[in-house]
Write a protein that binds this ligand. Structure first.
Ligand code: NAI
Length: 302
């Protein structure tokens, strides 16, 4: 796949300077992966606590690599220094590519990107990390829709090799090539996919999550489903995966993809993930979802 990707990069260069909007679960990981690849990155959020979280996570990742002897302390310091956390728009006008990793709401993404675009160089690219929305819709308020491309990373970003590079109906070949080159520079495995609700991986995953939600709504114990799917060979069962993804994000993504493929997927009555969102149990990030988590706990929830 990487060989095919090198062809798709068509000699394009990875950005020399990047920026990420959002320092949450995904934005923090993308900024870290960019800095680790030697590409300096500005990381903007509207919340200082989220910026702190993003920097703390990056420092933790680097600490682990130093401890394992995979990185020198000097290199780790340089990687951390290559991430500039900020609440304002400083330096965005110098970015070659800005990755958007904010909340999964079409209207919010449209509004934020329309406000961002005039601050960027005319040739700068915007890569959205949306997991379910169509690029055609996100691009609607943009003056330069040819510069919008999808870069759908997976969670946790530093560990997951796959990146879906999404070609929207107006995305230019140059934008696709640059996104592929950026993913390759981060040592990821990019695949170019067409625009459509859920692209490839999440479309497959939504059918799986829908079956899981249906079983739980019918009264099957979610821990039994997790144990079964883990014994089947998945690294984590669907309840645990929901907790890691974030219940609000997962619920919204599931709704958008289910509605986008009405002939193949149907909405689940008494959807347990919706109930969890209403109860504020957003998964690992809020301390409880299907399982409960100690603060900052990572790894298996039992
Ligand atoms: P999150 O809730 O952890 O982080 C979102 C961040 O965006 C928050 O820190 C928030 O303060 C910030 N934000 C909101 N408005 C902003 C603005 N105007 N400017 C800058 N920052 C702003 O969400 P998460 O999970 O990182 O998701 C972000 C995007 O990534 C969504 O589109 C989601 O669908 C997608 N995604 C999520 C995955 C997951 O497993 N959680 C996997 C792949 C994609």
């Amino acid at each position: 796949v990487r060989k095919a990707a090198k062809k798709q990069a068509a000699g394009a260069r990875a950005p020399a300077r990047a920026a990420v909007l959002g320092a949450g679960i995904m934005g923090g990981g993308i900024a870290f992966s960019s800095a680790l690849a030697g590409i300096p990155v500005r990381m903007k959020d509207i919340r200082a606590d989220q910026l702190d979280l993003g920097m703390t996570e990056a420092a933790k990742q680097l600490g682990r690599r130093v401890q394992a002897g995979r990185l020198s302390q000097a290199r780790a310091d340089a990687v951390l220094a290559a991430i500039t956390p900020q609440l304002d728009d400083a330096g965005l006008d110098a970015a070659d590519l800005v990755v958007e990793a904010i909340v999964e709401r079409l209207a919010v993404k449209q509004q934020v990107l329309a406000a961002l675009e005039p601050q960027l160089r005319p040739d700068a690219l915007i890569a959205t990390n949306t997991s379910s929305l169509r690029l055609a819709d996100i691009a609607r308020p943009l003056a330069r829709p040819q510069n919008l491309v999808g870069m759908h990373f997976f969670n946790p970003v530093p560990a997951m090799p796959l990146v879906e590079v999404v070609r929207g109906p107006q995305t230019s070949d140059a934008a696709v090539a640059a996104a592929v080159a950026y993913a390759l520079a981060m040592k990821k495995t990019p695949i170019v996919v067409a625009d459509g609700p859920g692209f490839l991986v999440n479309r497959v995953l939504t059918a799986y999550f829908n079956a899981f939600n249906e079983l739980v709504a019918e009264g099957v114990d979610f821990t039994a489903i997790d144990r079964a799917m883990e014994a089947f060979g998945w690294p984590m069962g669907p309840a645990w995966l929901n907790d890691v993804v974030g219940m609000d994000t997962g619920a919204h993504v599931g709704d958008v993809i289910t509605a986008g493929h009405p002939k193949r997927m149907r909405a689940i009555d008494a959807n347990p993930v919706h109930r969890m969102v209403r109860a504020g149990r957003l998964g690992q990030k809020s301390g409880a979802g299907f399982y409960r988590y100690e603060r900052d706990a990572v790894g298996k929830p039992r």
